[in-house]
Design a protein around this ligand. Sequence first.
Ligand SMILES: Cc1cc2nc3c(=O)[nH]c(=O)nc-3n(C[C@H](O)[C@H](O)[C@H](O)COP(=O)(O)O)c2cc1C
Length: 377
Amino acid sequence: MADLSTVFTGIRFENPFLLASAPPTESESNILRAYEAGWGGVVTKTIGLHPVVNVRGPKTKFLRADSVGGRLSMAKRPDATLLASWNWELISDKPLDWWIPRLERIKKAYPEKVLVASIMAGSGDDKELDNWQTLVRGVQDAGVDAIELNFSCPHMDRVDMGSNVGKDPVLCSISTRVVKEVARVPVWVKLTPVGADIVEEAGAVFRMDGDAISSSNTFPALPPVDPATLDFEVNVDGFVSAGGLGGPAIFPQSLAKMAEMTQAFPEREFSGIGGISIFDQALSYFLLGCGTVQVATAAMLDHAIGPNVIRGLIGGLTEFLERNANRGWTSLADFRGLRRGSVVAQAEIARPTASDYHGGYEEPAEGYAEAEQPVGA
Ligand SMILES: Cc1cc2nc3c(=O)[nH]c(=O)nc-3n(C[C@H](O)[C@H](O)[C@H](O)COP(=O)(O)O)c2cc1C
């Protein structure tokens, strides 16, 4: 019998599919609807203590490609295919006091569903580091099952917040450490995909006993320029700043980042995010070694919380397990990580004549090997 349940960072999930931190999880009513629709868990929209004021005008747009002609635009039109979401939305504009009673009510109403609180503070001074601990105490006392640290929001002005933390292994380890000092629940860390070396940043988190890495958040991106007006398709008074790209376009890039980490830390736990709308994409993350996956863009476009998306994901996993029952597979644990070892260095890929390729170098330098022989040998 197919068993969709899984255990991730010590927490039991009825299925491995979560809503990621984004508008689908910004309110109590959305989260309750998401649980009813079948999601195994949710990560709340990121909660912080610093003031949040979003830009004037739309915060999220969707980039689509014409099926013929090559046009990429955010303009609404028929017969265009979704490529990506683009957003410059900040974290939740609701304060911690607003969230706490809601988290308590949500957890009471659905004790079996997993509730993860995403939180964000700065890392630049002791007051900010105290803010991490205030947030941790607040949400864990409200009953959340786990905490996700946002080291990945790509549009923060502050140099000690969001992806600016995720790009700096020292800040990653300091912030993880102060959180772990007070956390009684598992701590997941959501890293930016655009740091210098995500393996280094993940290593800094794991050294401080972070329990899992979630990846990817959105990739920094600009909207297209409208050729008629010569303005960016999204702008306020003519100005735009880099927002974050999510959805189908980032799926291959997110996979590449995930592969780097699951190979470097095969014993650690990972939650895969980026471009998931059907089970096939979730499967790629599972085969690389992820124990859960999260969805944002696809859910936003499906009645705000993704009832059809979760139905498809659950149906897809069920069918996949049934199809592979002859291999003895009954749950995610039976195939998780099966393709982790298939991502290798370019030099390890077969070529027509293996002896012709030496990793981009000239042939093992002529005479070099001989020159290294000890004199007189
Ligand atoms: C409008 C919008 C708002 C988001 N807000 C947050 C946030 O507050 N915290 C966070 O960690 N990620 C945030 N994200 C990133 C998503 O959680 C997710 O990592 C990203 O969109 C990639 O997943 P997807 O391809 O399924 O959209 C946001 C994404 C979108 C589209």
